[in-house]
Design a protein around this ligand. Structure first.
Ligand code: SF4
Length: 63
């Protein structure tokens, strides 16, 4: 599965990185980094939690 970021909505608050640190991180300037755009089923639950945690609705998943 894949994660898609709507970069125009993201404000770098880091909720997604807290929910799924295997997929997301913030850099030193609080810019979101996607560590792995595509990942396996084992990270589905964390990826879905990250999507739910985003206050900007900037994240979506596709299979
Ligand atoms: S939770 Fe949403 S707004 Fe916050 S860093 Fe992640 S994608 Fe950006």
């Amino acid at each position: 599965m894949k994660v898609v970021v709507n970069w125009s909505l993201c404000d770098g608050n880091g909720n997604c990185a807290a929910a799924a640190p295997e997929i997301f991180a913030l850099d030193d300037d609080d810019q979101l980094q996607v560590l792995q755009e595509s990942f396996g089923e084992e990270l589905r639950a964390k990826a879905e939690a990250a999507v739910r945690s985003c206050p900007k609705n900037a994240l979506s998943l596709s299979d």
